[in-house]
Design a protein around this ligand. Structure first.
Ligand code: PLP
Length: 437
């Protein structure tokens, strides 16, 4: 018979050890293991859930099943040994690796291709495929902190708004950075005049600024150029959290929004608009496991690595990796490479158009049929419609995220629909269910 926790704790250490490790105890444990197999029920539940996946409207994970060509590409990779044994992308994907069992060539090429999409100059790109948007943000903030501290001898302060994703607050804590909270405009985007006031009040510290390109709940956008006008002549690093909109904006008429370089209208010279960018791969792209693009310039990477090499002793792997994590997944970069071809970009352009059209459609229909829900869209780039929380049945049926938003000095419960995979037929079902609620 298994003893309970109180009986176990009342034993002395040695007696307890014997009790747990005795053959009788082991038999009891293994019996308990064998009598409760969860996998069959979990598999069945998964199958049932899979049939309803297009009803997930409240979170930005794209649930579309990928085309056959993706699964063919997987097979080709498997044929070459990938995912059959332990490949590992430890190290710098752009460097010479002492451990050859990796997918660095795919990783490097896909970062070069996406770097070109975001307008990085071909000869000045560095990056890698991370585990998620959060992981990419972590690398951006760590890189920014390291570069700024090295340049000034001072820890930077970090600037972002209350609308930024909650993970930025976790990263701020992890990196021991003081948060300067920047106010927002009515549309939820960063108030750059407030940014200027805060920068002036914190002159003694360099500024690590996080601009969100598509805030999680409202879909607001922080203005890169507006922020840059306030950072002029200051020691600063600007990281873009484009986890949400960064995947599709380059394939729309708003592509210029995310371009890394622009021509300065006064000097006629090229000017960098930001230092690094993070984009989630499982959101817009619908990559079937969490992953993130992290892209910066080679110049930033080199000044980061100069400092990083003093923290990280390169002897063991014979290089300074430039990534925080040591072992890295080799499967994801090789698989995500599929999304970087010309035909994949053409498909992404079609998908981007569909989601923006669908967002407009949902907003229009909600505004005309359910004005009491006060539906809103922060801007014409956004794939989010947010509104007053409808009844619980609709919230649960469509897995809607809910939050209390400040409206007219009150905290109003709101929900939102995010559009990566929602087809018109599901939106119509949702609209009809709102009517029933
Ligand atoms: C704006 C923003 N940043 C970061 C994240 C975190 O991204 P991930 O889930 O890929 O870690 C999210 C997730 O929704 C987000 O909306």
């Amino acid at each position: 018979m298994l003893m309970n926790r109180r009986q176990f704790l009342s034993m002395s250490g040695a007696t307890a050890l014997v009790a747990v490790c005795s053959p009788q105890a082991l038999t009891a444990h293994s019996l308990a293991y064998h009598t409760q197999p969860k996998a069959p029920a979990a598999l069945k539940a998964m199958q049932d859930l899979a049939r309803q996946r297009d009803k997930l409207l409240g979170y930005p994970i794209n649930m579309t099943t990928l085309p056959e060509a993706f699964f063919d590409w997987r097979k080709e990779l498997a044929h070459a040994g990938l995912n059959q044994f332990a490949f590992n992308n430890v190290g710098n994907s752009y460097g010479e690796s002492h451990i050859p069992f990796n997918s660095h060539p795919f990783e490097q090429e896909l970062i070069d291709r996406f770097g070109a999409v975001y307008g990085f100059p071909r000869e000045n790109i560095w990056g890698f495929l991370s585990n998620s948007g959060t992981d990419s943000n972590m690398h951006g903030l760590y890189m920014g902190r390291t570069i700024l501290k090295n340049r000034t001898g001072m820890m930077p302060k970090i600037y972002f708004t209350q609308e930024a994703h909650y993970s930025i607050q976790i990263l701020r804590d992890l990196l021991h950075l003081d948060w300067v909270v920047v106010g927002t405009n009515l549309d939820g985007g960063m108030d750059v005049d407030d940014l200027e006031r805060q920068l002036n009040a914190n002159r003694d510290h360099p500024a690590l600024v996080v601009a969100t390109i598509g805030t999680t709940f409202k879909g607001s956008i922080d203005s890169i150029d507006g922020i840059q006008t306030k950072l002029k002549d200051r020691i600063a690093y600007l990281h873009l959290d484009a986890a949400l909109f960064g995947g599709y904006l380059p394939h729309t008429s708003f592509a210029a929004d995310l371009l890394h370089e622009t021509l300065d209208p006064v000097s006629g010279k090229k000017r960098q608009r930001y230092d690094s960018i993070a984009v989630s791969c499982h959101k817009f792209f619908g990559f079937p496991s969490p992953a993130g693009l992290f892209i910066t310039t080679r110049t930033n990477f080199e000044s980061f690595v100069a400092q990083f090499s003093q923290i990280h002793d390169p002897e063991y792997i014979q290089q300074v990796p430039g990534t925080i994590t040591c072992s890295r997944d080799a499967v994801k970069p090789a698989e995500f490479y599929f999304f970087s071809s010309e035909s994949a970009f053409a498909q992404q352009a079609a998908d981007a158009k569909a989601i923006l059209d669908n967002t407009g459609y949902l907003l229009k229909e909600m505004a005309s049929h359910y004005p009491h829900l006060q539906p809103a869209r922060a801007n014409d780039r956004s794939n989010i419609v947010y509104f007053r929380t409808p009844g619980e049945a609709v919230v649960n049926r469509y897995c809607l995220a809910t939050m209390r938003l400040d409206t007219d000095g009150q905290r109003t419960p709101c929900a939102h629909v995010v559009m990566p995979h929602a087809k018109k037929v599901i939106l119509d079902q949702f609209l009809s269910d709102l009517g029933k609620a």
